[in-house]
Design a protein around this ligand. Structure first.
Ligand SMILES: [Zn+2]
Length: 72
């Protein structure tokens, strides 16, 4: 009598999930590829002249002091 069967095809969605937008959403942050690889730049203060700058070198001495031969 009053039994109406809903067609199961009403939810006929394409086989695309939201992860298509972000293919790495399921990955933990450390496993995601970094858009910009962070260089090993660190902020240092030159012990020779007190200049604050960024370097990826092992020494804190700035280029200028290094060229002057300043030793830490
Ligand atoms: Zn310096």
């Amino acid at each position: 009598m009053g039994v109406e069967k809903k067609p199961e095809e009403s939810k006929n969605q394409p086989l695309q999930c939201t992860c298509v937008k972000d293919g790495f959403a399921a990955l933990p942050p450390e496993l995601r590829p970094q858009p910009r690889k962070k260089s090993s730049l660190r902020k240092v203060t030159c012990p020779g002249c007190g200049l604050v700058y960024s370097t990826n070198r092992a020494t804190d001495l700035c280029m200028e002091c290094e060229s002057k031969g300043v030793k830490i």
